[in-house]
Write a protein of this length. Structure first.
Length: 120
């Protein structure tokens, strides 16, 4: 059977934008994130706050091609861009003086994909 990709038109548009930006700015990271977002919903990444706390340093920018969940505690500020956030995750990131963004917002802020980390 031929893979069809996501049927969500908003997600499909995001994947298209990521692929265009990858070729225009020669940043392979956006292409990798687009590949991850094309996977089925069950195969997408899910990251808890405790994993972000363990594997990040203060003031880093993280991309999660999936959902961020609120299990754990965060003691330093980070910028997290993801496809989705649970309410608890958003609260914990912002309580640690961090910032939450959508992947589209991060794409506009950092088109060259400099100093980004992918978690998942």
């Amino acid at each position: 059977m031929k893979p069809t990709g996501p049927t969500n038109p908003v997600l499909h548009e995001l994947i298209t934008c990521l692929r265009k930006e990858s070729t225009s700015s020669k940043a392979a990271l956006w292409d990798r994130i687009a590949d991850d977002l094309e996977k089925s919903t069950r195969a997408r990444r899910v990251v808890n706050i405790n994993k972000l706390a363990r594997f990040t340093k203060a003031n880093e920018t993280i991309v999660v091609p999936g959902k961020v969940l609120g299990s754990g505690a965060l003691s330093h500020s980070i910028v997290v861009a993801a496809l989705g956030f649970s309410a608890g995750a958003r609260e914990r990131i912002e309580a640690a003086k961090g910032k939450t963004l959508s992947i589209e917002q991060l794409l506009k802020q950092k088109p060259k994909a400099k100093d980004l980390k992918v978690m998942g």
